[in-house]
Design a protein around this ligand. Structure first.
Ligand code: NAD
Length: 490
């Protein structure tokens, strides 16, 4: 039985700097998404606390040996860290489920093992990359040496606290950098546990630090710190814009930005198995209650399939009932906060005012203690509807119909976002044509959503991001190259 008592979990509350849990200054209330009960007062790092964490990371970069040791040793520590995460699953999964939207069964089956695997994946790059010998004249020897950047500042969102931390932190550490991470103030604690386990695995103090606080104060201060060499960020497009501005003003320093999405799912009438496609579409908008960057939130469907598909989606949506994240068997997630709930409600209201028809859902579940939003379908006639234009980050699917492939591809194009897209068809040529045309960092054909492989990079076209997480690209984005020219002509 994975169910647990949420009142009996020890909370690692504090910043984690130089291998120690530190408190203060300030306090921010933190609540459980499932029942809105406050459960901790989070300290908020001011400029002095941020400076302390960055100084710890800088010292560790210069003197701890993390960057200078044989890279195989670094990989070994990271693999040990991953093993400790796997072994800590009972506590870590409960801590994640307590404070986030992740139901305990999913935290155990996905978030914890996926995080450990990600650390192993990036650890393997540590000693499997090199520089280059350049084509120079024989009077000299030219080389390019890859080196870590120094202190990397990482800023994470709340929707998958453990795995987003892994995406940001693991490639930076594997490349020999040291890190100061600011988790979301809504889901701050599992990152602290990860940092403590890293110390148990043999990572030197100061290599991985965690600071707590909000975005406007703590996050912004981290971005502007002169000793932070790079910012790697996952969150909304609006925040990404601020962060890039802060990094430009105080640097410039490089950024990796994984931002928002409004991803289309193109469904053609030739799909061989409507039940399977309906399963895929429903999961793509209701998983984590739609609080997923790559949520398949815009259904574009060939007109003849509209009615049978809506009927099937409705059946699947009806089967999803709210549940507390600490109860085994819960499949449908709460909305992370009342603020996020109001954002969802605001878009749905404006979408209706602009002419959207509510085919399913359209409001909160009224039985649950916390905030749960009904899986919702909004059929729209015009692409100029808030349900199509805005990232909702909730279980809300907009639906538009098309008659031709060309029309489908035109509707798929979003003015702002280009994170992911899905194509469902039995026609391989059509799938490949669509794949070439779609403006999206990831295209899924006859499936939707990631596998647990780390090898394919992920990131955005358009304003969905800059740079890539995952894959070799994420590792390489944490290095820079030094050119060396040696005179050898005597
Ligand atoms: P958010 O942008 O509100 O916050 C993300 C993080 O940035 C938090 O830690 C927050 O405290 C911090 N922050 C806020 N303002 C800041 C500032 N001015 N300076 C520095 N830091 C600041 O996003 P969120 O609500 O936590 O997460 C949801 C968003 O994340 C959605 O838009 C979603 O699409 C996106 N997301 C993208 C990906 C991806 O891979 N592209 C993955 C997950 C989530």
């Amino acid at each position: 039985m994975a169910s647990f008592d949420p009142d009996r979990i020890e909370i690692p509350n504090g910043h984690y700097i130089h291998a120690a849990l530190v408190r203060g200054p300030g306090a921010l209330g933190v609540s459980r998404p499932s029942d809105a009960a406050p459960y901790a007062e989070l300290p908020m790092a001011d400029a002095e606390r941020v400076d302390e964490a960055v100084a710890s990371a800088r010292r560790a970069f210069q003197t701890s040996g993390w960057a200078s040791q044989p890279p195989r040793e670094r990989a070994r520590v990271m693999r040990r860290w991953a093993d400790l995460i796997d072994a800590d699953i009972d506590y870590l999964a409960a801590l994640e489920a307590l404070g986030s939207t992740r139901p305990i069964d999913q935290a155990r089956a996905w978030d914890v093992p996926y995080t450990a695997e990600g650390i192993r994946f990036f650890a393997e790059f540590a000693d499997k990359h090199g520089g280059e010998v350049a084509a120079t004249g024989h009077a000299s020897l030219g080389m390019q040496i890859a080196e870590p950047l120094g202190v990397v500042g990482a800023i994470a969102p709340w929707n998958f606290p453990l795995s987003m931390t892994c995406w940001k932190v693991a490639p930076a550490l594997a490349a020999g950098n040291t890190v100061v991470l600011k988790p979301s103030e809504l889901t701050p604690f599992t990152a602290v546990r990860l940092a403590a386990l890293a110390i148990d695995a043999g990572m030197p103090p100061g290599v991985f630090n965690v600071i707590q606080g909000n975005g406007a104060t703590t996050g912004d201060t981290l971005c502007r710190h002169p000793d932070v060499a790079k910012i790697t960020f996952t969150g909304s497009t609006a925040t990404g814009r601020h962060i890039m501005g802060a990094c430009a003003e105080t640097g410039p320093k490089p950024v990796t930005l994984e931002l928002g999405g409004k991803s289309p799912q193109l469904v053609f009438a030739d799909i061989p198995d409507i039940e399977r496609t309906a399963d895929t579409l429903a999961a793509a908008i209701t998983g984590n209650a739609g609080q997923v960057c790559v949520a398949g939130s815009r259904l574009l469907i060939e007109r003849s399939l509209l009615e049978p598909m809506l009927e099937r989606l409705q059946t699947r949506f009806d089967a999803l009932t709210p549940g507390l994240t600490w109860q085994s068997g819960t499949r449908f997630s709460p909305i992370v906060s009342e603020g996020q709930m109001q954002r969802i409600e605001s878009v749905v209201t404006r979408a209706r005012e602009a002419g959207a028809d509510v085919v399913a859902g359209g409001g909160r579940f009224d039985t649950a203690a916390g905030g749960f939003y009904r899986p919702t379908i909004l059929q729209v006639q015009s692409a100029r509807n808030p349900a199509v234009e805005e990232e909702i980050f909730g279980p809300v699917l907009s639906v538009q119909t098309f008659d031709t492939e060309e029309e489908a591809l035109a509707l798929a194009e979003h003015e702002v976002y280009g994170l992911a897209a899905g194509v469902h068809t039995a026609d391989i040529s059509r799938a490949l044509r669509a794949t070439r045309r779609l403006s999206a960092g990831t295209v899924w054909v006859n499936r939707y959503g990631r596998s647990n492989d780390y090898i394919l990079p992920t990131g955005g076209y358009k304003r969905s991001g800059i740079g890539r997480d995952l894959g070799r690209a994420a590792f390489e984005a944490n290095l820079h190259h030094k050119s060396v020219l040696i005179g050898i002509d005597g």
